[in-house]
Design a protein around this ligand. Structure first.
Ligand SMILES: [Zn+2]
Ligand SMILES: [Zn+2]
Length: 173
């Protein structure tokens, strides 16, 4: 299944937010966080349309209490495409922040990794000490966790992206 790919430096904390900046969050990772298993992608139609992108790269944060909003949430709304989860988004700029389970017993949230600040994602403005120059992008998105809804892949487009082929490929979820 998972190849033994080095995920690079791993963060204790990351911050991110929506495009306009009205919604900001912070996530803290426990010391035993599994960087491979918690990185996943999804090509389902709901993710594709919700993100306006061919696939979702997400990272699961658990327990859910490790995720917190750091701004007021007056522009936060939750869209529910199904009973299973809600998709928090900013009503000002439209950024979707992630995928939050809405059923009992699922104590985690998934963040859409595209909302993570450039500092943490690829080291923009990093000092090399608190955040390494390369950032933590590979720890957050590495293709070593499940790739969901591969039956929706587009021949010649999303079927030959290494990230989406590195690990377990599930036809649905
Ligand atoms: Zn916004
Ligand atoms: Zn999906």
């Amino acid at each position: 299944m998972s190849q033994n790919l080095n995920v690079g430096p791993t963060p204790k904390t990351i911050e991110g937010g929506c495009l306009c900046g009205a919604l900001r969050y912070r996530a803290d990772f426990p010391p035993d966080h599994d960087w491979a298993d918690n990185s996943s992608t999804c090509q389902c139609t709901q993710c594709r349309k919700n993100l306006s992108s061919l696939f979702l790269a997400c990272h699961r944060i658990k327990p859910a209490s490790c995720f917190q909003w750091t701004t007021d949430t007056s522009t936060l709304k939750h869209y529910r495409a199904s009973k299973l989860a809600s998709r928090p988004f900013c009503i000002e700029c439209g950024s979707t922040i992630g995928y939050f389970p809405a059923v009992e017993g699922y104590d985690y949230v998934c963040i859409a990794v595209g909302t993570v600040d450039a500092l943490y994602l690829f080291g923009e403005g990093a000092d090399g000490v608190v955040v390494p120059k390369e950032g933590f992008g590979r720890a957050l998105v590495n293709g070593l966790g499940p790739n969901l809804w591969c039956k929706n892949e587009i021949k010649g487009v999303t079927d030959n992206i290494p990230l989406l082929n590195r690990s377990e490929r599930l036809q649905e979820e």
